[in-house]
Design a protein around this ligand. Structure first.
Ligand code: HPA
Length: 275
């Protein structure tokens, strides 16, 4: 069970290792195959998830399972490379442990990245998509169970999950670094199976532009804590009902790795624009 007490326990250990931690830091969660996106941090402290007592372990190939803390062009950044998924058997609340850790440490904005299938026929594999809104199609919420008032209210508003200012900054930053940045709605499914053509058709009809197995629940937990959220999906495959190609996890990881440099350049530029 995730609670302020269990997160404080984890954070005591993290802070012991990161003695130069600054609460104003920006937090980043890196998705499948994107582990290389943010590696060049100055004064970097690196911790394996398995060395953090009380922290879950990521079990998926292609998910690094490491926490990095350091400075990007002078700005303090905490990076979670590898996340926890519902399909690994974690509850939604457990899957959001990195968000709760960052919230308790006083991190005020989180950039969430993921690998996703493109539902919008105009989008291509290899494109990045700024998440403007989401559909949580998992059937669960990280806020189920007793509400921790210290973290947020029982019924948090979700009318603007993805911070407008951060979205504008991302759009401007993408132009500066010449990265094509699509915009759209992300639907989170619980996975681990990919979608049937009928499901893909349904998600498109519901208004989604990309589908993946993370992010929406993390964004909900962040908004619950009053943390500003930005989300960028790395579109690794086209997921179109009438010309559906076979999708493998290996191909997803490979495509995400190819987009890592663009993701990294974009995030660096966005961070350089923060005050
Ligand atoms: N569906 C769900 N999750 C994904 C996909 C997809 O097509 N691609 C990458 N993650």
């Amino acid at each position: 069970m995730t609670s302020p007490e269990s997160i404080s326990y984890i954070n005591r250990h993290i802070l012991e290792k990161i003695d130069n931690f600054q609460p104003g830091a920006t937090g980043i969660i890196l998705g499948s195959g994107l582990g290389e996106a943010i590696t060049r941090l100055d004064e970097c402290t690196e911790l394996s998830y398995s060395d953090i007592p009380g922290f879950p372990e990521s079990t998926v190939k292609g998910h690094g399972g490491k926490l990095f803390y350091g400075f990007m062009d002078g700005t303090p950044v905490m990076v979670f490379s590898g996340r926890f998924h519902l399909y690994e058997g974690y509850s939604a609340a457990e899957a959001c442990t990195p968000v709760r850790v960052m919230g308790e440490l006083g991190i005020g904005r989180i950039f969430i990245t993921n690998a996703a299938g493109a539902l919008n026929p105009q989008f291509d594999a290899g494109d990045l998509m700024l998440i403007t809104d989401h559909i949580n199609f998992t059937g669960c919420s990280p806020l189920s169970g007793p509400n921790h008032e210290k973290w947020g209210v029982r019924f948090p508003d979700m009318s603007r999950v993805y911070c407008k200012e951060l979205c504008s900054t991302a759009i401007e930053a993408a132009k500066t670094v010449s990265v094509r940045l699509e915009r759209g709605v992300y639907v989170q499914v619980s996975g681990p199976n990919l979608e049937t053509p009928a499901e893909t058709r349904m998600f498109r009809t519901l208004g989604a532009d990309a589908v993946g197995m993370s992010t929406a629940i993390e964004a909900i937990a962040a908004v619950h804590m009053g943390i500003k959220v930005m989300g960028i999906a790395c579109l690794t495959n086209k997921n179109l009902p009438d010309c559906m190609a076979e999708t493998t996890h290996e191909a997803v990881i490979e495509q995400a790795a190819k987009s890592s440099a663009a993701m990294s350049a974009l995030i660096r530029e966005i961070i350089s624009r923060q005050d």
